[in-house]
Design a protein around this ligand. Sequence first.
Ligand code: SAM
Length: 237
Amino acid sequence: MSDLPFSQSCENNKQPILQTLRRLLADSAHVLEIAGGTGQHAECFAAALPHLRWQSSDIPSNVDSLNLRLSQAALDNLPVAVALDVNQGEWLLGKWPIVFMPFDASDKSTSIFAEPFKRLRRALAIKERGKFDALFSANSLHIMSAGSATNFFLGAGKLLDEGALLIVYGPFNYDGAFTSPSNAEFDVWLKERNPQSGIRDFETINATADIAGFELLEDNPMPANNRLLVWRRCAKD
Ligand SMILES: C[S@@+](CC[C@H](N)C(=O)[O-])C[C@H]1O[C@@H](n2cnc3c(N)ncnc32)[C@H](O)[C@@H]1O
């Protein structure tokens, strides 16, 4: 039996989420995952969607445990996860994460400077600010505080360029009501653990996304009373 961090809910929801991601991310290349947790999603999605570079992340105290699974997976498109807390200033300014970007073999530039530059990049795998065309996060907004959930969207709005997708999976309330008795019980359990946690209202989250520069594209029902919400970054002013 593996001693890697493990979540049964991840195991249950990864295939239904993957089915939707196949469609949503068919034309994407670089995905940033926030709150990667055990790494089960990152491992599953990177393996099933090899056209993507899946950059996972989590808060500093969780990133080593996340990397246990990612390093064991040893997938070319699954780099080492980076430490990222949505409350850190760099995130709010759109200046994080800094990630290792691989040498771009498709760069056909023929300038006299190109070859030495390419060699340097190959050697150093230059560290640069990640450029992502999609951001994914599962089961995170009800764990972090409401203020952190706001910061999640504000930073995403700074980081992502026009057209990029923001995909969030988890439970949400609608019209101020739980969508099932099990979600109501889950909310009690969450708040006993941490009074700052709690299932978020879809309307509040969507209004925050709007302020951060996103338009809602889809609200997909998922098994076990969860949703998969999809926004698109609008043009920047
Ligand atoms: C229930 S786990 C979900 C993990 C994984 N995405 C999943 O679906 O199983 C919640 C995650 O939110 C992360 N998290 C909590 N506060 C955060 C913050 N301020 N910034 C980024 N991630 C945070 C935790 O470290 C944890 O990995």
